[in-house]
Ligand binder design. Structure first.
Ligand code: BGC
Length: 793
């Protein structure tokens, strides 16, 4: 298809129109050239689609940190295929993922959404994901280019880093993924790098398009285009969202006045049309038929990915797996509620959710007895209402009634809803309503004081029975991600008797947000007992059981887009709970349900530790598979975990005078730990198995390492072979991951694996990629810190 010829047919006005979104998620159609609109949608672990509520649920897969723990490019390919299926089901052409910024500091609020601290692991896994999705005709979007590794002041921060660090660390995952999978789009980041905001950065043209020869389209992060002339001349191709922004009429005027060249505009249009042709939205083309999955297959895949991404961090005396009938004490809020995904734009409405408690209960070996207790009153925020907790006052069915009310009291829209999160964007009634009212009847299942609440910014009114609560919640951030996706909450106590019903109404007025979006959530908290009572119950239950499984984790407020974490400790006395249980229980297993590393001061006191990350909607079943030994764990952590936050070699994410200096240079993650000679609690690449392996480095050159792997244990299992490279003229701490492979073996079986090595690791960037003098030590090691056998090449 001659795209240049199509562009030549267009008026300047039409060209400019194509460069900004038609609305929040779509681009413009142009019938004259056979261009249909394209739909883009988040995100990295599930495809949300245009409608963001419970009526359009999505398959929720584990968080990116969990994906990366698989160290498995085949699994990443399957994830891509499943995402393509979900995208087509929801009429989405481009999925806004994967996120391949790096784990520079664990404080980064979107740490869970990115793969790893290592550039090679991130780039290779991302490429496999992109190939999987694009092979099905759905576009991927590498994001956020580049150095968008934390959330503090993310729209304005100027990240200062030297060229070598930029190229060898932060741009490297993008370069590998571009080379190995040719993503059709890349998202320019909000932040600045060494001056310009990324949507206006010369790097888009010089690095991405010229040097790498990449022919895809650069999409701005949402509202990331904040100027007209520089962004117009540089390499950002599409401004999102639309229709109002810094391009459109303003860009047209800038082209007419000669400040922006028409050639730059043409190049953007060409790339957008190429994208359209790739996703089947140009001329007579059909969208490619994607591989279809039944719902049962999707659940099975989600479960498999979940179990393959669970890291067995500790397993003293082989306490796991629990294969015979036992009495099990399950303790902790995260067992009952579980967090299957992180907060922010990565969030989707799961089609279902198997909580850890449900998964452990329904998959337990016959004769197992499981008892649950809360343990601590962890402040997990409001439990969002769903159809199980509220009754629609009109239909009497599970759920609630949402009504959009006009100034004259007439009803502009009435919907029977089943969820607790409401988000309307660009609706025809957006500027005409007075308030939105949600009504539902709640029935108490216990005696006590319930808390009923709202999460939003602006004037709220919550009526619980006869009690009216009104007030104002100020904006806690100027970040869209924060006030829409993680709004501040207020809640109000209301005492009920078991079985008592109460009508609750929430009113959300027009004009609460500075953009045409109405967004709020409603939820509740159950009557709580004192901390002393909870602890007493937890320890008593643990003491009388054969084994205690304690669940700990972070909350929706802690790990989310729009802000960074303040520290990496577990909130609300969860550490004390683990220690108290470990003291009395015969055996204690801890399940850490966080998207990114946390401090585990009790690590030495317990028998086993599992990391589920945010495990996706099948998290409970996936966990059960590992706990009961149906699946032999093979995951390896893609990030180094500190024992204490104070041990972290790189931590700060707060800019000073608008600048955040990456003064540690190339040394982040295990490279920083090794350089500083500090010992982490969990090394990068660590993960245990229920079987054992021996490995032997047979031969190596700069392109391949040959490794023999033998399963010396009694179970089928998978070993992740890790190859590191160190230049003979560099310091020993300068070891870098250069290749990896996963191999599955039956007991007693052996295999020889060829591990492909990443050529750019053997080079160094000084104005261009150069070979490095000296020989290289190729090391086979169990993790980034372990000794291993080496060959000099
Ligand atoms: C996030 C992007 C996301 C976009 C659209 C932004 O706030 O940074 O990752 O794709 O919103 O939801």
């Amino acid at each position: 298809m001659d795209i240049k010829a199509k562009v030549a047919q267009l008026s300047l006005e039409d060209k400019i129109k194509l460069l900004t979104g038609e609305d929040f998620w779509t681009t413009y159609a142009l019938a004259d050239i056979g261009l249909r609109k394209m739909v883009v949608s988040d995100g990295p672990s599930g495809v949300r689609g245009e409608l963001w509520d419970e009526r359009s649920p999505s398959l929720s897969l584990p968080s990116a940190t969990a994906f990366a723990s698989t160290w498995d490019t085949e699994v990443m390919g399957v994830i891509g295929e499943v995402m393509a299926h979900e995208a087509r089901r929801k009429n989405v052409d481009v999925v806004l993922g994967p996120t391949i910024n790096l784990h520079r500091s664990p404080l980064g609020g979107r740490h869970f959404e990115a793969y790893s601290e290592d550039s090679v692991l991130s780039g290779k896994l991302a490429a496999a994901f992109v190939r999987g999705i694009q092979h099905q005709g759905v576009g991927a979007c590498l994001k956020h280019f580049v150095a968008n590794d934390a959330e503090t002041d993310r729209h304005t921060v100027d990240n200062i880093l030297d060229d070598q660090t930029l190229r060898e660390v932060y741009a490297l995952p993008f370069e590998i993924a571009v080379r190995d999978s040719n993503p059709w789009t890349i998202m320019s980041a909000y932040n600045r790098v060494n001056g310009p905001k990324m949507a206006a950065s010369p790097l888009l043209n010089s690095m991405l398009k010229s040097e790498w020869g990449w022919d895809g389209a650069v999409i701005s992060d949402w509202t990331g285009v904040q100027s007209t002339v520089d962004t117009g001349n540089e390499g950002n191709d599409l401004e999102m969202p639309g229709p109002i922004g810094f391009w459109g009429e303003k860009l047209l005027a800038a082209v007419k006045s000669g400040e922006v060249s028409e050639k730059a505009v043409d190049s953007k249009v060409e790339r957008i049309l190429l994208l359209a042709s790739r996703v089947g939205k140009l001329a007579e083309q059909e969208s490619k038929k994607v591989k279809q999955f039944t719902n049962a297959q999707l659940q099975e895949i989600a479960r498999k990915i979940g179990s393959q991404s669970i890291v067995l961090a500790k397993n003293q005396n082989s306490v796991l797996p629990l294969e015979s009938a036992k009495t099990i004490a399950v303790v902790g809020a995260h067992a009952r509620f579980g967090r299957c995904q992180g907060g922010g734009s990565a969030t989707v409405y799961p089609t279902e959710f198997v909580t850890p408690l449900e998964g452990l209960t329904s998959n337990a070996p016959a004769g197992t007895s499981i008892q649950y207790t809360l343990g601590v009153n962890a402040d997990t925020g409001l439990i969002q209402f769903d159809k199980n907790y509220l009754k629609n006052p009109v239909t009497g069915a599970g759920g609630c009634l949402a009504e959009v009310v006009a100034p004259d009291g007439s009803i502009l829209l009435s919907e029977n809803r089943f969820g607790g999160f409401f988000n309307w964007a660009t609706q025809p009634w957006m500027f005409q309503y007075k308030f939105i009212r949600v009504s539902g009847i709640f029935t108490a299942d216990n005696d006590g004081e319930y808390q009923f609440g709202v999460g939003m910014v602006g004037n709220y009114k919550v009526t619980i029975g006869d009690a009216v609560h009104e007030g104002f919640i100020p904006m806690h951030s100027d970040d869209l991600g924060e006030f829409v996706l993680n709004p501040p909450c207020r809640s109000f106590g209301h005492t009920l008797r078991k079985g008592e019903e109460v009508l609750i109404q929430w009113e959300y007025p027009q004009g609460s947000l500075p953009i045409p979006i109405a967004s709020f959530l409603i939820g509740f908290r159950e009557p709580s007992r004192s901390q002393a009572e909870e602890f007493l119950d937890a320890t008593a239950l643990a003491a009388k059981s054969d084994v205690a499984i304690v669940f700990v984790g972070t909350t929706a407020e802690i790990e989310s887009e729009g802000h960074d974490r303040k520290d990496i400790s577990l909130p609300d006395g969860q550490d004390q709970l683990v220690s108290a249980v470990a003291k009395v229980a015969k055996q204690t297993i801890v399940v850490v349900n966080s998207g990114s590393p946390v401090e585990m001061p009790w690590f030495d006191e317990v028998d086993a530790v599992l990391f589920t990350y945010f495990g996706g909607q099948q998290m409970g079943s996936a966990l059960a598979d590992v706990v009961y030994g149906v699946v032999n764990p093979a995951a390896r952590t893609p990030t180094t975990w500190a024992r204490l936050m104070s041990d972290l070699p790189v931590v700060n994410t707060t800019p000073t005078k608008g600048e955040l200096h990456y003064s540690e240079g190339r040394f982040i993650g295990y490279r920083a730990w090794r350089k500083s000679n500090r010992v982490p609690l969990i090394p990068f690449g660590h993960g245990l198995s229920y079987t054992s392996f021996t490995t032997e480095l047979l031969s190596a050159d700069k392109s391949t390492a040959k490794v023999k792997v033998v399963n010396t244990g009694k179970r089928f299992g998978a070993e992740v072979v890790q190859i590191y490279a160190t230049n003979s003229e560099a310091e020993l701490f300068e070891r870098r991951l250069v290749g990896f492979a996963k191999v599955e073996l039956q007991p007693g079986e052996s295999a020889t694996v060829d591990v492909a090595l990443e050529p750019l690791v053997f080079k160094s960037f000084h104005g261009k990629w150069n070979g490095v003098a000296g020989n290289w030590m190729i090391t086979l090691a169990e993790n980034a810190f372990a000794q291993g056998s080496s060959i000099l090449v």
